[in-house]
Design a protein around this ligand. Sequence first.
Ligand code: AMP
Ligand code: MG
Length: 327
Amino acid sequence: MICLGIESTAHTFGAGIINDKGKILANVKDSYTTEKGGIQPTEAKNHHIKVADQVIYDAFDFAGISLEDVDLISFSQGPGLAPCLIVGMEKAKELAKKIKKPIIGINHCIAHLEIGRALTECKNPVLLYASGANTQIIAYDGGKYRIFGETLDNGVGNFLDGFARFLGLGFPGGPKIYELALKSKNYIELPYVVKGMDVSFSGIQTNLKQKVDSGKFKVEDLSYSCQETVFAMLVEVAERAMAHCEKDELLLGGGVACNLRLQEMCKKMCEERNAKCFIPPNGVMVDNGLMIAWEGIIEYKSRGGDNLNNIDIKPYERTDDVKVTWR
Ligand code: AMP
Ligand code: MG
């Protein structure tokens, strides 16, 4: 069985192709970026409309197969930006109709976890999902993927992008903050905001902006301190979730998890508690179609497809809204 998965929750339009043995056939994407300023939903939507056919064409070209070889089409149903989600869903519907094959809608956050399980040795991990719009600590417990902790406001990626934007850097800002942070070891105290199992970034954002405006601090020092602070918050909450669930595996996901400093901190925490840290390839930690294709296959095998005529996007779907039928 071969599945084409389409991703379009936010800035990335992706197409992935995988078979039910887990053989990766293609994972192609095109992401909306800016020189200055943040992600604008309408512009991201227009970007997706513009690149969709080419990305899908490139995926088939890379895989060396054609649309007619596909047995199933999956797409990111949510959570995400509605205008962007609609582009992916409409493309999935169009293709499913064309080849008269089943369609299935997928929860984006759960797809991050399942592709990590498929491509690493981990079995039953706590997922630290640190992406642009989402920041969640997720683990399987009592028949569902439950959220043990999450951001109360921005995703950590959006937070980093916001700080970068304020410094006049473009989108995505995370990698630019990382480069600046490498040039400093001078820690400047920032608010550290962990509330129970949740984290919050807006106060830190305001504090950072005030520090930039004051002109008293070097941007390298602020970037370094920003990373050290917010990553420590994420690692603290992930560690407590692992202790609470008695799990000894940590899996990373989301674009911010590509950050080598965050990876280093996660590995150290795991080492200290005799746990293992699993880091999938960057290509499936950032938003991608491959994870949507894989989740399509495992869900389809357990619950069948969705009805093409009344399927819709689910912009606000939560990880724990999904009935897990496949484990
Ligand atoms: P995603 O939404 O999962 O595709 O991730 C996108 C987010 O990841 C954006 O906010 C980027 O700024 C961030 N990001 C990507 N690479 C890195 C990196 N090396 N360090 C920090 N953030 C990153
Ligand atoms: Mg994501």
